[in-house]
Design a protein around this ligand. Sequence first.
Ligand SMILES: C[S@@+](CC[C@H](N)C(=O)[O-])C[C@H]1O[C@@H](n2cnc3c(N)ncnc32)[C@H](O)[C@@H]1O
Length: 204
Amino acid sequence: MKLLNTLIEKVSDHPVLFIFFRAILENDFKAIRAVIRRELNLGPGQRTLDLGCGPGAFSDLFEKHDYVGADLNKRYIDYAREHRRGTFIASDARKVDLPDARFDQVLIFGLLHHLSDEDTRAVLSEARRMVVPGGVILAIEDIPAQHRLNLIGHLLHAIENGEHIRPTADYKGLYAEAGTIELEEELRSGVCDYYVARIRTPRV
Ligand SMILES: C[S@@+](CC[C@H](N)C(=O)[O-])C[C@H]1O[C@@H](n2cnc3c(N)ncnc32)[C@H](O)[C@@H]1O
């Protein structure tokens, strides 16, 4: 299992391989893309921050001048700057060097399950600071595989041991500190299960 874990870490660090294998495991992200299209405003002028954007696989859904992606991994950011549309910054999502109320909406996909509760609170607090009052945070995060026959899903999560894949109820508790959960659902994307929450930040 340790060897497999190391292999996955190596593959994950390479932007092209990361995109390739995730697209296979997640059926080309059809379900995730549909949720983003449904829950975020993709029209021109809607300023969007993608926290933990990775190599920028979802930047094409947004207007080029309205989209900012931030990620800790500089290799992903370099790749995104070269191959994607939008602005990309190398940054820790727990402390981002951008002004208050700079965005209308924030996307967080697949970031918080890598972080402890304390770090998750820091990211949500930054997201809340950078979005306008009454803005939206769309969080899509890994939950344990829901079907017992989803063997690959169970295996993937077993390998991600030590990370912070939480049951839905735990995410809910953390999100409630950032705003009101307006919409929530559990969703299957390829072999991965997610909890989707649209959080409305306080208006004052
Ligand atoms: C599973 S990937 C998801 C990437 C992207 N959202 C996507 O779906 O393609 C998790 C991402 O979180 C980033 N990450 C982990 N900790 C971070 C932190 N503290 N600040 C910013 N990004 C972080 C990793 O570098 C990685 O790109």
